[in-house]
Design a protein. Structure first.
Length: 167
């Protein structure tokens, strides 16, 4: 009959599907004509070994060296000097989102990295991209003067000293 042929075709299709995926209703043990499940390989347990202390010491020393090098970069210095707030939009950053905060060189010279951070400002990815696009657009149209200065007009710390003095 037609339904019998449809069931057989469905079972055949399920069998083909099961061979590639290893899962299907037809593999259940209570289904008549089900394909047997593929045998599972036994789990291989790792052998216990004694730790190589000299290798561990090298890894720890290298990690400390990389940490010191990273602390010497201008990004890490800027992150220590400034609060983790975008200098343009005022968004705060912490934890995993801290990587979205970038160091912008105010004079666009990446070699100008004074230790006091006077050439840096922390900007979020969006404000940093916007700042560089403004510069590119300004350079593309040399005849048109831009009335906007490149310095930030918003100061998120405007009344901070007065608030601190109240306490």
């Amino acid at each position: 009959s037609l339904t019998e042929a449809g069931r057989k075709a469905g079972r055949d299709f399920a069998g083909i599907f099961c061979q590639s995926v290893w899962l299907c209703k037809a593999t259940a043990p209570d289904v008549e004509g089900a394909m047997p499940r593929a045998p599972r390989e036994p789990a291989i347990m790792p052998k216990r070994t004694t730790p190589d202390h000299s290798r561990l010491d090298r890894v720890v020393a290298e990690a400390r060296r990389h940490s010191d090098e990273r602390a010497a970069t201008y990004r890490e210095r800027a992150m220590q000097l400034f609060p983790w707030i975008c200098g343009r939009c005022g968004r705060e950053f912490s934890g995993a989102r801290l990587r979205e905060l970038t160091v912008h060189h105010k004079d666009h010279n990446h070699d100008n990295n004074p230790p006091d951070g006077s050439n840096w400002e922390l900007l979020c990815l969006y404000c940093h991209d916007n700042e560089h696009m403004r510069l590119l657009e300004q350079q593309a149209r040399p005849g048109i003067s831009d009335n906007h200065s490149s310095a930030a007009t918003h100061n998120p710390f405007a009344g901070l000293q007065a608030l601190l003095n109240k306490k």
